[in-house]
Every structure is written in C-alpha cells, then in structure tokens.
Ligand binder design. Sequence first.
Ligand code: COA
Length: 177
Amino acid sequence: MMHDIHIKTERLLLRPLHVADAEEVFQWVSDERVTKYMNYTTYTDVEQVREWLASVEKDVSEDYNFGFERSMDGKLIGSGDIRYDAQKGSWGFGYNIRYDCWGMGYATEATKAMMDYARENFHAQKFAASHCEPNIASGNVIKKCGLHFVGYGIFQKLDGSGRMRSMEYEMEDCEWY
Ligand SMILES: CC(C)(COP(=O)(O)OP(=O)(O)OC[C@H]1O[C@@H](n2cnc3c(N)ncnc32)[C@H](O)[C@@H]1OP(=O)(O)O)[C@@H](O)C(=O)NCCC(=O)NCCS
C-alpha cells in the first residue's frame, strides 16, 4: 500500500519504498540465494524492479511494504511487508534481506517492529506466517517473533513453479495473558 509510515528501530529505519530505490533493491531480488524461497521469480533486469516499485507506490490494498534502511550508513539492507488477510482475520508478514547482511538479526528486528506498529495502530492481535520447509532461517525469525507452528501447507511461487511443503505459524496476542 502507498503509505508514509516510518518506523525507527535500534539499527534500522523502516520506510516506504520508492522507484528511486530500484538499483539497491535489484541487488537482492536478482540474487538466487535470496529469491529461492520467495514467491516471486528472480529479477533479471532492474527495469522489472522499477515496474514493481511503481506498482507499490500506487497500491491501495492493505499491504504495507517497507524498505529496511540501515541507520548507520543509509543503505537498504532488505525489505518486507505486513498485510491484513481478511479471509483469515489475521496479519501476515514477509521479508527478504540482502545476502551479505544475513545472520545479523535484521529480519527479526524489522519484523518485530512491523508487528508492533500493526498492534499499536491497527489493533492487530492475530498474526500468521509461513516458510518453505527447508528455509530454517525464516522459521527462526518467525519463532523469535513469537509465533508457534500450527501445521504444514503448500508453497508455490506466483508463477506456479517451486511447489513444496510449507510450515505454517500463528500467534494471537491474548494467548499470552
Ligand atoms: C530468512 C532471512 C530473511 C533471515 O534474515 P536474517 O536477518 O539473517 O535473520 P535473523 O538474523 O534475524 O535471524 C535468523 C535466524 O536463523 C538462524 N539461521 C540463519 N541461517 C540459518 C541456517 N541456514 N540454518 C539454521 N539457522 C539459520 C540465525 O542464526 C538466526 O537465529 P539466531 O538469532 O537464533 O541465531 C534471510 O535469510 C533471507 O533474506 N532469506 C531469503 C529470503 C527469504 O527466505 N525470506 C523469507 C521467506 S518465508
């Protein structure tokens, strides 16, 4: 969704993505190590990224995309989104981080911040997320954000390829009280 939300965390600024970010975003969306378990197919041309970012700038759905900007040097280290799924009645989220920035806790830090923002501003209480079964790192992020495993599902890329088993997680805030 087009928005003007800025969220500051210890090391990051989560901010709207713009067409001007295309070159930086291309660094990870063109990297098969990053895209392997994502639902989009690997980008091969920066122009495709410009088109995607232009569509994000115009998006009117309840899908809030963020660039994860590192405060220390102003560089984008990844992006993610949080979105309301009216069918499930829960908030879902996703993320991808530039390969050379993996393993530093950035995905967890950004996801916790998106969840807290949705709690405080959209009264979000229920969250759901999933990952491809072999994607252990993503499972760790989801669990560190407080969700618990609820069962297996099916993952498929948007173009219909890459079908495999997924692991599904949920969390409802009131379960902690
Ligand atoms: C999944 C992803 C976003 C994680 O980003 P990240 O910033 O490295 O994540 P974090 O550092 O916050 O946490 C990752 C956790 O998984 C662990 N981890 C990383 N790689 C791992 C691996 N191959 N096997 C097991 N654990 C792994 C990390 O040690 C960390 O856990 P810890 O804090 O308990 O040590 C990143 O790997 C990525 O961009 N992958 C490609 C895109 C993707 O798969 N997105 C999710 C789709 S569901």
